[in-house]
Design a protein around this ligand. Structure first.
Ligand code: LMR
Length: 398
C-alpha cells in the first residue's frame, strides 16, 4: 500500500544536526544549523526568559485554547519590535498581526494567503536563500522563481542585476526579502540600496514579503528593521514574518509572528480575518507556552531592556569570532582575501568552500557546515576556533 511513497532524503540543515549528534569525534564542531551557542558551546537560556518562566510557573495556570491569532501581548510584542513602539500605523490600526508557530509557521500562513488571494502571483526568492523558503511557498502551490543576489566570485551582492531583474516583474508578484542577516550569505543591503529596491517595488507594484529571523544580530534592533520601516514610510503594502527562535533563544518553543501592513482599517480587518481562517484550517490555534514568554518579555519594560542587552551580547560575541577567524586564516593563507568574513552580518558566513572541501571538513575533522558552504559562526568559541581555522586552512590549501 505504501510502497509507492517516495523516500524522504532528509533536510540538508536539520539532517546535518542528526549526523553531528551521531559523530563520535571528540573534537567535533557544529557549524551547521543556525543556532547560537555561547562561549562554552552551550545553548543559552536568556535571563529575561528565566524570569518570565518563573512568573509562568507561579501559580501554574490552566491551559485554555488560545485565540487563532495567539495572545494579544505576543502580537503587540511583534508589532512594536518590527514597526517601532510609537509607529503611527499601529496607532491607526493598519497592521494585521497573528502569532505564529515560529518564523516557518508565519511563512506558511503567508504563503497560503498569497495563494488564495493573489493566485496569479509568483514568489521570487534571493539566489541563494534559506531552502525552506522555496519549500514552503511551493508547498502552498505558489510558483517560485529566483532573483540574482549573491556574487560568489567577489563575495558581494549583484545589486545592479537584482534591480534590473525586479524591473521585469509583474504587478503583485511577491519578492521575498531578508531585512537583515541574510540567510545563508550574511551579505546585507545598505540603507541606500534598500531605498532603491523599495522604489522599484513601489513603481512596479510588487508585494514585498520580508522575513526577519535575526533581528538584533546585525546592527541593532532598529537598524535591522530599516527596510520594514522604510516600506511603511513609503506607504507600501507589506508582509513581515518574524521569528523569536534566535533572539529569545526559544528555538523549540516555535514562536514568531506574521504581520500584514494594509492601506485602510477595513482592509486590515479583512486580512486579519483571513489569516485567522488560514490558521484555523491548518493548526487551529498556536500553543501557549512560548507565546506567554514572548508576551511577558516584550511587554515588561525592565525585562525588555534586559533582553535587548542579552541579544547584543550574543551579537558581539559572534562579531568577535568573525574577527578572530579572519585573522587566523589571513595568517595561515596570506595570499587569500578573507575580508568577507567581517563584511557579513548575523550568524552566517558564506565561506565559498567547495562541496568537496565542506565534505573533507566533516569526514576528516568532524566540522559540520552546510554543503553550500554556509558556516554558523555562532558555533565558534575560543576553545574551537583555532581548530576550525586550521582545518579550513588545510582544506583550502590543498
Ligand atoms: C537555519 O537556517 O539553520 C535555521 O533557520 C534553522 C532551520 O530551520 O533551518
Amino acid at each position: 500500500m505504501f510502497e509507492r511513497i517516495d523516500y524522504y532524503a532528509g533536510d540538508p540543515i536539520l539532517g546535518l544536526m542528526e549526523k553531528y549528534s551521531a559523530d563520535s569525534n571528540p573534537n567535533k564542531v557544529n557549524l551547521g544549523i543556525g543556532i547560537y551557542y555561547d562561549e562554552n558551546g552551550v545553548l543559552p537560556v536568556l535571563d529575561c526568559v528565566k524570569t518570565a518562566e518563573e512568573r509562568i510557573a507561579d501559580p501554574i495556570a490552566p491551559r485554555p485554547y488560545l485565540p487563532m491569532a495567539g495572545l494579544p501581548g505576543h502580537r503587540k510584542g511583534c508589532q512594536e519590535l518590527l514597526f517601532g513602539k510609537d509607529a503611527q500605523i499601529l496607532k491607526d490600526g493598519l497592521v494585521a498581526t497573528i502569532a505564529t508557530i515560529g518564523g516557518s509557521g508565519a511563512l506558511k500562513v503567508g504563503a497560503e494567503f498569497i495563494h488564495d488571494w493573489f493566485p496569479q502571483a509568483k514568489c521570487y526568492v534571493s539566489d541563494p536563500t534559506w531552502g525552506n523558503h522555496i519549500a514552503i511557498f511551493e508547498g502552498s502551490d505558489v510558483e517560485v522563481g529566483k532573483y540574482p543576489y549573491y556574487d560568489k566570485a567577489n563575495s558581494s551582492i549583484k545589486f545592479d542585476e537584482m534591480i534590473a531583474f525586479f524591473e521585469t516583474l509583474n504587478k503583485n508578484d511577491v519578492i521575498l526579502l531578508h531585512p537583515c542577516c541574510h540567510n545563508p550569505t550574511g551579505m546585507d543591503l545598505t540603507q541606500a540600496q534598500w531605498d532603491t529596491v523599495l522604489n522599484v517595488v513601489k513603481a512596479r507594484e510588487l508585494i514585498p514579503f520580508m522575513d526577519i529571523a535575526y533581528q538584533g544580530f546585525g546592527e541593532d534592533m532598529d537598524s535591522d528593521a530599516y527596510a520594514i520601516r522604510k516600506a511603511v514610510e513609503m506607504g507600501l503594502p507589506l508582509f513581515v514574518s518574524n521569528s523569536f527562535s534566535k533572539n529569545l533563544s526559544l528555538y523549540g518553543e516555535r514562536v514568531g509572528g506574521l504581520s500584514v501592513v494594509c492601506p485602510t482599517v477595513d482592509e486590515t480587518e479583512r486580512v486579519f480575518g483571513q489569516l485567522n481562517a488560514t490558521v484555523r484550517r491548518i493548526y487551529s490555534s498556536p500553543p501557549s507556552h512560548g507565546g506567554r514568554v514572548v508576551d511577558i518579555v516584550m511587554n515588561d519594560e525592565a525585562l525588555h531592556e534586559q533582553w535587548v542587552g542579552e541579544v547584543y551580547a550574543m551579537r558581539d560575541r559572534i562579531k568577535g569570532m568573525r574577527l578572530k577567524l579572519k585573522s587566523v586564516l589571513e595568517a595561515k593563507i596570506p595570499n587569500r582575501n578573507f575580508d568577507y568574513i567581517t563584511r557579513q552580518n548575523g550568524m552566517f558566513s558564506f565561506t565559498g568552500l567547495t562541496p568537496e572541501q565542506v565534505e573533507r571538513l566533516q569526514t576528516e575533522f568532524g566540522i559540520y557546515m552546510v554543503s553550500n558552504s554556509r558556516m554558523c559562526v555562532a558555533g565558534l568559541n575560543t576553545s574551537n576556533i583555532d581548530y576550525v581555522a586550521n582545518a579550513m586552512a588545510d582544506v583550502l590549501k590543498d
